[in-house]
Design a protein around this ligand. Structure first.
Ligand code: ZN
Ligand code: ZN
Length: 391
């Protein structure tokens, strides 16, 4: 078997082209049919027997049925519902769809890893499950939950994944034990009052004024109910109500998001939100229906697995390029659905050239192809360390 660096050099041109082709034809959550077909075809040529999972996802085992440990590696595949503004030669050709989180790169990196692992098949003293997940960006509660329901983790001992992150310097791995990304609750508040002429507010029950009071009152939850040693973010991001400047509407609607790093803190905040809705509704004589949906749990890295990532990253990137700085992030990720079930760790690979590098979800963002070889080395070394090689 050729050394891993020789294999990576040989794989990179085709892998980079594949990444650009995925970028050009991005697909939204649970609609990744073309991506699923490409991943399946690629894995078949390497001798895997890939199976569909969670509608548009794919799972494949390196050594099905072999004893020993099983480590899963996961990549997400979906794009975002946004317009690409770059003039890249491989920019998205599909209206309102763009790979602006780099999941095209995560998919390509895991396919490259699959290729190297296929060469090592006999040498590896156990199994590796490759998990290509649909719908990470939040469609219908996310793809990870469905994959877990469809037994994608059966027989898996540990799971790992990475995300590119332009906010961190290129070539630096960021990893920590414990919470690494936040939980998310979606918040919707429907406020029902009685509309009427703007000149006669006394015969209405104004949902706009009640909504304004609700926004202000909600700001007190994090500042007045949460300990200084806990962290949470509660943001109200939309406020809709009314259409004419002389009509008090009968209805207003607020939406927002809640992020925390601890499920008990989240529960406490949700209780306070409900109590405040009741208080404002009584005080302003309107009806408030809060719809609070727990979207993604806190992503918690298991200590052993985070340490394994740290050791492997230190050996590949050098200890000065491995850090906990900037963690945890208040962004969220449904990989936490996997680490709720089995031990695992999630890490970031810095992709930033400078402070102005467009971040994930920015219209000018593009995945940094220089991360492909780095991610492949890290994944392969993790497999060697956590599954083991035959003597
Ligand atoms: Zn994203
Ligand atoms: Zn992402």
């Amino acid at each position: 078997m050729p050394p891993i660096e020789t294999q990576i050099s040989a794989l990179l041109p085709a892998l980079t082209t594949l990444r650009h082709e995925l970028h050009q034809r991005p697909e939204l959550g649970f609609e990744e049919y073309e991506t699923q077909r490409r991943v399946t075809d690629y894995l078949r040529t390497l001798g895997y027997d890939p199976q569909p999972c969670a509608k548009t996802g794919v799972i494949a085992d390196l050594n099905p049925g072999r004893g020993g440990r099983c480590v899963a590696l996961r990549a997400d595949m979906d794009c975002l519902p946004m317009q690409e503004t770059t003039d890249l030669p491989y920019r998205s050709v599909l209206e309102g769809r763009a790979h602006k989180c780099g999941h095209d790169g995560h998919t390509a990196a895991l396919l490259g890893t699959a290729s190297i692992l296929a060469e090592m098949r006999e040498e590896i003293d156990g199994n590796v499950r490759l998990i290509f997940q649909p719908a990470e960006e939040g469609v219908d509660g996310g793809g990870a939950r469905v994959m877990v329901e469809e037994a994608a983790l059966d027989g898996v001992d540990e799971i790992y994944a990475f995300h590119n992150w332009p906010g961190f310097s290129r070539g630096v791995a960021h990893v920590c034990a414990g919470p690494i990304m936040a939980s998310v609750h979606d918040l919707v508040f429907e406020i029902h009052g009685v509309g009427g002429h703007a000149s006669q507010p006394q015969v209405t029950r104004d949902p706009v004024v009640a909504g304004a009071a609700l926004i202000t009152a909600l700001q007190s939850v994090v500042s007045r109910n949460i300990s200084a040693t806990d962290a949470a973010v509660l943001s109200i991001c939309t406020f809709q109500g009314g259409e004419a400047n002389n009509v008090i509407p009968a209805h207003a609607r607020l939406t927002g998001t809640l992020r925390t790093f601890d499920s008990d803190v989240a529960e406490q905040i949700v209780d306070r939100i409900r109590a405040i809705c009741g208080g404002i509704a009584g005080g302003y004589d309107v009806r408030i229906e809060p719809e609070i949906e727990a979207l993604y749990p806190v992503l918690i890295n298991h200590a052993d697995c985070a340490e394994a990532v740290r050791e492997v990253a230190c050996s590949i990137l050098g200890p000065k390029n491995v850090t906990e700085e900037g963690l945890p992030l208040a962004a969220a990720e449904d990989f936490g659905r996997f680490t709720e079930r089995v031990p695992g760790a999630y890490f970031f690979l810095g992709a930033g050239e400078n402070a102005d590098s467009p971040g994930c979800h920015h219209p000018d963002f593009d995945f940094d192809d220089q991360l492909l070889p780095m991610a492949m080395r890290l994944f392969v070394r993790l497999v060697e360390n956590r599954v083991g090689l035959r003597p």
